[in-house]
Design a binder for this molecule. Structure first.
Ligand SMILES: *Cc1c(COP(=O)(O)O)cnc(C)c1O
Length: 393
């Protein structure tokens, strides 16, 4: 057998070895989470600073009970696509709550945030249209854009002037223009200038879509998300997000006008050709949204805790519960993560291609129920064993 007929397994093994050599191989590690901020790995209990469960609602007793009651009532699965027979009665209640919370006319719930973006973007634009995306937009917005077949250009992170120049340069050669951005950037934790983007989009007759995966429940007025960080609600016609982070459950959504939602229900392939979410999952999201509505002060805690951590380390004040500590080198980042693990903290290393080359980082996420004493101990270890070592190099 010569090298020209490499078997599938050999191909996979070689590819993995090459990635391993660059510290870019990934592994699944069993992580047993049963409490708000604790996780057990390799038999050791760790305090997690890397869950997106910002309000710890995945473990909330009343929300777990809501899922169990709905499962008893409706069964464990939806049984079909929502367009066939999977549209159980809980979907309407969830969509009404989301539309109210985001102050939109209507809402469509998808199987996940990833599926939402893969479905929404190609349903709205295609060949002959133009998509402009912030360079740090989440992978699934980029995938949706590629899948759409529309012309696709990237603007520099949060750079309104660059976006405006691209819109001007393409004036006339696209039928529709769609701007894509995270509302809160998943790996950097900063906010997009949503109000200014909305104004710019209106000036250029472009459509703005924000991915608010890390916004709902934790930023903006009462935790309504990144469209609500200013005095007035920003005019974002396409507010997309996920139910898998602060909401603690699973699923994706688009809040938009009735006409847009009707089009999505008719044309988004990931909605049409995929089974509806299980009733228990939808019931958990409903209970979690009720909790968020009724507990605005609790919803402020993740960002407050992130701010306290950043302040103690002299890092810029975060706008979300996410605080990145960019170390650059993938191997050093893995070593820093391993060091924190020996100290009882779970903080995974984030490496390319999740983040741009040369920007491997520790990504700390804060939740409502993190203990301030644990945060203080984490600050000390980061300062004395990670930052000081780098300063000395
Ligand atoms: C997590 C995330 C998604 C994907 O959502 P899932 O519901 O987990 O599929 C989409 N966009 C952003 C910005 C995210 O952080």
């Amino acid at each position: 057998m010569n090298g020209r007929h490499t078997s599938l397994d050999e191909f996979a093994a070689e590819k993995l070895a090459a990635l391993e050599g660059k510290a870019l191989r990934r592994r699944l590690i069993e992580t047993d989470r049963r409490e708000a901020v604790r996780a057990t790995r390799n038999g050791r209990e760790l305090i997690s600073f890397c869950c997106n469960d910002y309000l710890n609602l995945s473990q909330h007793p009343a929300i777990k009970r809501a899922a169990m009651v709905a499962t008893e009532e409706y069964g464990v699965g939806a049984g079909a696509s929502r367009l066939v027979s999977g549209n159980h009665p809980l979907f309407a209640a969830l969509e009404r709550r989301l539309a109210d919370w985001k102050q939109s006319e209507d809402c469509v719930v998808f199987g996940s945030g990833y599926m939402a973006n893969l479905g929404i973007v190609p349903a709205l634009v295609g060949a002959g249209d133009l998509i402009l995306a912030d360079e740090l937009s989440h992978a699934c917005l980029m995938s949706g854009a590629k899948l759409s077949g529309a012309e696709f250009a990237i603007f520099r992170h949060n750079d309104l002037a660059h976006l405006e120049a691209l819109l001007a340069a393409h004036r006339g050669d696209a039928q529709h223009r769609l701007i894509l951005t995270d509302g809160i950037f998943s790996m950097d934790g900063d906010a997009a200038p949503v109000e200014a983007l909305a104004a710019l989009a209106a000036r250029h007759d472009a459509w703005l879509m924000t991915d608010d995966a890390h916004g709902i429940g934790v930023v903006g007025r009462d935790g309504r998300g990144s469209s609500f960080m200013g005095k007035e609600k920003a005019a974002v016609p396409l507010q997309m997000g996920t139910l898998s982070k602060a909401v603690g459950s699973y699923g994706g959504y688009l809040c938009a006008s009735r006409a847009v939602c009707d089009l999505i229900r008719t044309r988004a392939r990931t909605l049409i050709y995929s089974t509806g979410l299980p009733p228990g999952v939808v019931a958990a999201s409903i209970a979690a949204l009720d909790f968020i509505r009724d507990n605005p002060d609790f919803c402020k805690r993740p960002v407050e805790k992130a701010r306290g951590f950043a302040r103690a380390l002299g890092l810029p004040a975060p706008e979300s519960p996410i605080v990145p500590l960019i170390l650059g080198d993938a191997e050093q980042t893995l070593a820093a993560s391993a060091l924190l693990e020996t100290e009882g903290f779970l903080v995974t290393a984030i490496r390319p291609p999740t983040v741009p080359p040369g920007t491997a980082r520790l990504r700390f996420t804060f939740t409502a129920e993190h203990d301030d004493a644990d945060i203080a101990r984490l600050v000390n270890i980061v300062r004395e064993r990670i930052l000081s070592r780098r300063a000395a190099e």
